[in-house]
Ligand binder design. Structure first.
Ligand code: FDP
Length: 326
């Protein structure tokens, strides 16, 4: 592969020493997970542990493994004060003198593990509010506008680390020869429009009426706007969003009828993807509000999400503003 700038060099030039350390530790974790995902059979990491996580979902061995790796690397960075994961019920203090609070979905899309389809890791980082010492829930319950860095790694046909520290979205590919990340895309921008919509359409009758109206609009024939659009749904947010960053379109996990929250988690799925999307020129809403403005109230809070190209998210908002009969 043609090598761009290494991750370490890029961070040295664009981020503070502590934030670089934090991001490099997470990046090390994603390398270990990339290796584990690719060698799941021989490492005896397929199947479930027999336990259920805080979300009530079956814990896969790889979920557990991923959580331990990312947490250990965050701890050894020395700058990570607090850690919250989809796999842990409570928060953890890792370094009382640390600055950063990390919320992470260590292995997003676990439903894809056993079929060798893409999975990933999603994270967001804020600075602690509390003084040195043990972290508190308040440190984690900060709106997305306070994020100082966020990103994801996708373990697909190649491994790509995508992140932003507030000045654009950058993509680094993992080179299997030396196990290092090198820059392959810089200042990624989501096209303002797109021809792909992405949601679990099998659940359409359960989703809020606006979502149904929006999907009917996406699938209607209209030459001027190149409709009908194509449906693409991988079933791992990280993979559906990676396509959205590169090809445009919109990804949705709307609220169910009569509810305001969706399935995905605010702190370690919706906020990091919303932050990256806005950094790339797109938009992210919960159906009516900008996701980055939402004040989280619970560590494992769920949130509806409509995210991607500006014009498509604006169209959803227009339907919402017009109101539809249930
Ligand atoms: P998964 O349950 O496989 O971990 O994180 C939740 C998530 O995957 C997302 O990655 C994905 O977009 C969504 O759930 C898929 O949900 P559905 O099976 O309901 O479509």
């Amino acid at each position: 592969m043609q090598k761009g700038k290494s991750l370490a060099k890029f961070l040295q030039e664009t981020a503070s020493a502590d934030l670089s350390r934090m991001l490099l530790s997470i990046a090390e974790g994603t390398k270990a997970l990339s290796h584990a995902v690719r060698n799941i059979g021989v490492l005896n990491l397929s199947g479930s542990t027999g336990e259920t996580n805080v979300q009530g979902e079956t814990v896969q061995k790889l979920d557990d493994f991923s959580n331990n790796i990312i947490m250990d690397l965050c701890r050894s960075s020395g700058v990570c004060a607090g850690f919250l994961s989809e796999e842990n019920e409570g928060l953890a203090t890792l370094s009382e003198a640390g600055t950063y609070i990390v919320s992470v979905d260590p292995l997003d899309g676990s439903g894809n593990i056993d079929i060798a389809a893409p999975v990933g890791t999603i994270f967001s980082i804020v600075e602690r509010i509390s003084p040195h010492g043990p972290v508190s829930a308040e440190d984690f319950l900060q709106p997305g506008e306070k994020v100082v860095a966020a990103g994801y790694a996708i373990y697909g046909s190649s491994t790509i680390l995508v992140f932003s520290t507030g000045s654009g979205v950058h993509m680094f590919s993992l080179n299997s020869d030396d196990n290092q990340y090198y820059k392959t895309h810089t200042n990624v921008t989501i096209p303002s429009n797109g021809k792909i919509y992405s949601l679990n359409q099998g659940n359409l009758s359960k989703f809020e009426p606006v979502a149904q109206q929006f999907v009917a609009w996406c699938t209607a024939h209209d030459k001027a706007t190149s409709r009908p659009y194509s449906l693409r749904y991988i079933g791992a947010m990280v993979a559906d969003m990676h396509r959205t960053f590169l090809k445009g379109g919109v990804f949705l996990y709307p609220a169910a009828k009569g509810e305001t929250k969706g399935k995905l988690r605010l702190l370690y799925e919706c906020i990091p993807m919303a932050y990256l999307t806005e950094q790339a020129g797109g938009r992210a809403i919960n159906g009516s509000r900008r996701i980055l403005e939402i004040q989280p109230t619970e560590l494992h809070e769920r949130c509806a999400i409509i995210i991607g190209c500006r014009d498509l998210v604006a169209r959803y908002l227009e339907f919402a503003a017009a109101g539809v009969d249930a």
